[in-house]
Design a protein around this ligand. Structure first.
Ligand code: HEC
Length: 156
């Protein structure tokens, strides 16, 4: 699937906000503010964390909203930063779809599984883009940045 087709499919997964974001960022011009990739990622980090927290609290409306917001961040990253390997984004489609289905079914266990896969997808891209030191994890608590691993990995 071509990137644009994939993004439209992703936007159509029931997230109005993702559709809006995809339209908004279609053709940024020089006089428009273009967020830095790290800033888009920081937003993705918060949304990833809030999605988990909402699922844990069984607040399915909030979980659906945060999932839409997270998708919007990923779509925005892919649209604005052409250097990002498309396959690294498209592999997230399956876990994003599982998360969506889990929320619709109000199934916390399924959502946790989907989040595990999704998080592995975040890290796979980080590794492939020389950012292996940015390690996301399924959150362990509500604390700030509870979804990131800060301890250095022992070098091989
Ligand atoms: C397609 C590739 C790709 C995917 C998928 C991806 N990232 Fe990133 N991420 C990057 C790149 C590249 C950077 C480094 C950006 C920079 O250096 O400005 C980054 C940086 C980050 C950072 C560090 C930002 C900072 O300023 O401290 C966080 C946090 C992050 N990503 C979270 C996530 C989360 C959460 C996901 C999954 C939901 C995710 N990323 C998925 C490519 C990706």
């Amino acid at each position: 699937m071509k990137l644009r087709g994939w993004m439209l499919a992703l936007a159509g997964l029931g997230a109005a906000s993702a559709t809006a974001a995809a339209q908004d960022v279609k053709s940024p011009s020089v006089d428009q503010y273009v967020p830095r990739l790290g800033d888009i990622m920081s937003a993705a980090q918060r949304r990833h964390h809030k999605l988990w927290l909402a699922g844990k609290a069984q607040n399915w409306d909030l979980a659906a909203y945060e999932l839409g917001q997270l998708k919007a961040s990923l779509v925005e990253a892919a649209l604005l930063y052409s250097g990002i390997p498309v396959s690294n984004v498209t592999t997230l489609e399956a876990p994003l779809q599982s998360a969506s289905a889990a929320i619709a079914a109000k199934d916390g266990r399924k959502l946790a599984n989907a989040l595990g896969e999704l998080t592995e997808g975040c890290n796979a891209c980080h590794r492939s883009m020389n950012r292996s030191f940015v390690v996301m994890k399924v959150p362990t608590d509500q604390g700030l940045f509870g979804n990131q691993e800060f301890a250095p990995k022992p070098r091989p």
